[in-house]
Design a protein around this ligand. Structure first.
Ligand code: PEP
Ligand code: MG
Length: 324
């Protein structure tokens, strides 16, 4: 499939109306990195760091992690890589951590909640990332931030680690961007200073959608029940776009839906600037974006909403069919 899109690999994802959409890739293993040049992705929009913790039967050592993150940065050859700090709990349980007996793990002690309550692992990981960057630019983001103080506390941990690394004589990153995942509806309504404080926002659509519709992403009976192009969800995403516009905060969408061509078009049409997806989706999404007038598509979406449709999907599909 990658071969099919080879001819547009080095071309920008520029639409017929001249809008540039940035397409990045999701990764989680060193083995994913060769896809960066072959897919034409403009960097790694989400590097999930859980796998290195999940595949062993003991906590990885700082030096090992640092070496791996350094190899990831080497392989990216100066392209941006956004590392997400450890997102465990819920569906991702560490074999060497005492399992929590939680009735609702998706709503439980997970991700940054664990990181803040037991900061040892978070600090170790932050150190490994700083040492891996070794003076190069570094981008990182925290998972599952639900309110402003969680970001502030995570940022404070980072600042403490930076200070300590300086004292130890390690090089600090040339530039450091610190962003947040937006995976709980609450964060979309955070005070404006939150959007000013973060360097970027990345919508984790898998979790955000599960909490928006109250539909477990792991439960086959309900996980496909609600359309991502449901007007409620799309308008909610548009609200996040508007909040980020007000504070000039860059916004990306990195859940699985970003790699589904029709969904990707709709997100771009309502103003999401960057989409991060599995590498194999970059070609198909770019192909479609390059053939689409997003201004017109936005009008189709608006008309469908005004008409009272539950989802804009049919209207969008009809429009796309007329275009081909
Ligand atoms: C998400 O929730 O959309 C996301 C990107 O994170 P994960 O799928 O790893 O939970
Ligand atoms: Mg998530």
């Amino acid at each position: 499939a990658q071969q099919r899109y080879a001819s547009i690999r080095d071309l920008p994802a520029e639409t017929l109306c001249g809008q540039r959409v940035k397409l990045m890739m999701n990764a989680g293993l060193m083995a994913d990195l060769p896809s960066l040049p072959s897919s034409g992705a403009e960097g790694v929009g989400l590097f999930r760091t859980e796998l290195q913790f999940l595949v062993r039967n003991q906590m990885p050592k700082r030096a090992e992690l640092s070496a791996l993150y350094a190899r990831v940065l080497d392989a990216a050859q100066g392209q941006r890589v956004i590392f997400r700090t450890l997102d465990i709990g819920s569906d991702k349980v560490l074999p060497y951590m005492k399992p929590n007996d939680e009735p609702n793990p998706a709503l439980g002690w997970r991700a940054i909640r664990v990181g803040l309550d037991k900061p040892g692992v978070l600090r170790m990981q932050l150190q490994a990332l700083i040492r891996a960057a070794n003076g190069r630019p570094l981008s990182l983001m925290f998972p599952f931030i639900a309110q402003i103080d969680e970001f502030e506390m995570a940022r404070a941990e980072l600042d403490k680690v930076l200070e300590r690394e300086t004292k130890l004589g390690h090089a600090l990153p040339e530039t450091l961007e610190v962003g947040t995942m937006l995976e709980t509806p609450s964060l979309a309504f955070a005070p404006q200073r939150f959007f000013e404080m973060v360097d970027f926002v990345s919508i984790g659509g898998n979790d955000l959608k599960q909490f928006f519709f109250a539909a477990d992403r792991e439960n086959e009976r309900v996980r496909r029940r609600y359309d991502t192009l449901n007007v409620s969800f799309l308008s909610f995403i548009e609200g996040i776009v508007n909040r980020c516009r007000t504070t000039k905060t860059s916004l990306s969408f990195c859940g699985e839906d970003a790699g589904r061509p029709i969904e990707a078009l709709c997100f771009a049409a309502i103003g999401v600037e960057t989409l991060s997806m599995r590498p194999a989706s970059i070609g198909p999404v770019k192909h479609l974006l390059r053939r689409t007038n997003l201004k017109e598509l936005k009008q189709v979406i608006d008309a469908s909403r005004e008409a009272g449709d539950q989802s804009v999907r049919d209207a969008v599909m009809d429009y796309m069919r007329q275009q081909s």
